[in-house]
Design a protein around this ligand. Sequence first.
Ligand SMILES: C[S@@+](CC[C@H](N)C(=O)[O-])C[C@H]1O[C@@H](n2cnc3c(N)ncnc32)[C@H](O)[C@@H]1O
Length: 252
Amino acid sequence: MKDQPTFLDLLLEAHIGLERQGPGSRETVEKALGFLGDLSRLENIADLGCGTGGQTLILAEYLTGKIVGLDMFPAFTRELDKRAAEKDFDDRVKGVVGNMENLPFEKSSLDLIWSEGAIDNIGFEKGLSQWRAFLKEDGMIAVTCPSWLTGVHPEEAEKFWTDAGSRLDLVEDNINIMQNCGYQFIAAFALTEDCWTKNYFEPREQAISGLIEKYGNCDTVRDYAALNRREVELYLKYKQHYGYVFYIGKAV
Ligand SMILES: C[S@@+](CC[C@H](N)C(=O)[O-])C[C@H]1O[C@@H](n2cnc3c(N)ncnc32)[C@H](O)[C@@H]1O
């Protein structure tokens, strides 16, 4: 009989073939890039928690600098390298396995830190304050983080995110945190519903259906599917109260 997959096996297997591993879109990448000023000055770029590089490869279309995509999972960075080679970006886009809490870069070396859907894994404040040291003076940062959009914080949604290891704060509180961590605040905007549903939940649900077919009546698959479907259910119920927000700042 086939070994039962672990939760981690399922997470990797469900996500490896997806274009993105979290909510986002080409349009929001382009909108965030529009706040960065002269793009040609951005020579050294890091995309932290890059996954398989959906957004990394869009950045490579607009930026001429070198981009390191960093992620904790080797399967994801290998996939990024493969996709970068397919688009002929492999001379300046490279996947690196690493930890966002212990960056493998020289201090004051980066012109841009980009990070979508990942900073909440270590905490918005902790990430912003640790990463500041790796930016050059006037370096830019653009990160997405799940955030409260209103003063209503439904208990079941808050519990879901806390159990997943993420803390949500109000957008204005995160802007203050950004300023206190050594950045000039440039802009913040919420991701649209399609970023969650069409671009992430729908392809992920297809992948999960494939896992159910492959592994059959397996407890871990059932639990994994239920957890993911709970995330969708809560988002659809409370989407007016929380969402991913892009925060853009400049190191000062
Ligand atoms: C929600 S996914 C987002 C992936 C991609 N940025 C996107 O938007 O499609 C979060 C990513 O962060 C990575 N990650 C989480 N914690 C990390 C850490 N401490 N160091 C490096 N990568 C981490 C995960 O492996 C995962 O690929």
